[in-house]
Write a protein that binds this ligand. Structure first.
Ligand code: FNR
Length: 195
C-alpha cells in the first residue's frame, strides 16, 4: 500500500517562527513513522486576501491554486499555528478560504473532505496557542477534515528550542513524535479500509 502523504506547514510567515520549528520536528517524526511528507513554507506562497471580484475575474490566484493542489495531493495535514489575539491567524483562515473555492466541474471542498489533520501550536505565552489551535481544529472539521482530538502546545516557546531547532525537553519531543505517528497510523488505516 502507498505510504501516507502528508502536507506540513506552519501558519506563520515569520522567518524564525516557533511554529515553523515545531512543524519541522513533527514532519521529521512523521517521516520516521513511514509517511511521505511535503513540508512547505507559506512565505513561498503569498496570496492576496480572499476577494470575490478577483476570483470572478481571474479565478484562483496562482499561489492559492498551488496551495490547494498541495492539499489535494495529500492524505492529511500537519499544522502548527500561533494564535493572534486569542484567535487563529488570518493567514491560515485566508489560505483555507482560497483553497475551499471550487473550480469548474469540481465538487465543493475537495481539498479538505476526507483528509486527516493534526494541529499543534506554539507561543511564547503560557497557554501555548491552544485557543488558536482549537479554532483551527474546529475550522477544519467544519469543512470535512477528520481532525485528531489531541492537543499539543509548546508554551514559553522562546525558551523551548535548541539552536539546532530541536526541543530542549525530550518528553515534549516524544509528544510530537507520538502525535505525528498517530496521524500516519490513522491515515494508513483509512487508506487500507479498516482497522
Ligand atoms: C501575538 N501573540 C500572542 N500569543 C499568544 O499566546 N496569545 C495571543 O493571543 C497572542 N496575540 C498576538 C497578537 C498579535 C497581533 C501578534 C503579532 C502576536 C504572540 C505570538 O504568539 C508570537 O508572536 C509568536 O512568536 C507567533 O508565532 P510564530 O511566528 O513564532 O510561529
Amino acid at each position: 500500500m502507498a505510504s501516507a502523504k502528508i502536507l506540513a506547514f506552519a501558519a506563520s510567515l515569520r522567518r524564525d517562527s516557533y511554529n515553523k520549528k515545531l512543524v519541522q520536528i513533527a514532519a521529521a517524526k512523521a517521516q520516521q513513522a513511514g509517511a511521505q511528507v511535503d513540508l512547505i513554507d507559506l512565505r513561498d506562497l503569498p496570496m492576496p486576501i480572499y476577494d470575490g471580484d478577483l476570483e470572478r475575474e481571474q479565478g484562483l490566484p496562482p499561489n492559492a491554486k498551488k496551495f490547494k493542489q498541495l492539499l489535494m495531493a495529500a492524505d492529511g495535514f500537519l499544522i502548527a499555528t500561533p494564535e493572534y489575539n486569542k484567535m487563529m491567524p488570518a493567514l491560515l483562515k485566508n489560505c483555507i478560504d482560497w483553497a475551499s473555492r471550487p473550480e469548474p466541474n469540481e465538487p465543493g471542498l475537495v481539498a479538505f473532505t476526507g483528509k486527516v489533520a493534526a494541529v499543534m501550536g506554539a507561543s511564547p505565552g503560557a497557554l501555548a496557542a491552544i485557543r488558536g489551535a482549537m479554532q483551527a481544529r474546529l475550522q477544519l472539521s467544519l469543512i470535512g477534515t477528520l481532525v485528531l482530538p489531541d492537543e499539543l502546545g509548546i508554551a514559553r516557546a522562546h525558551e523551548a528550542f535548541n539552536e539546532d531547532g530541536s526541543l530542549k525537553d525530550a518528553k515534549q519531543e516524544q509528544t510530537v513524535a507520538t502525535l505525528a505517528a498517530k496521524l500516519v497510523a490513522t491515515i494508513s488505516k483509512l487508506k487500507s479500509g479498516g482497522g
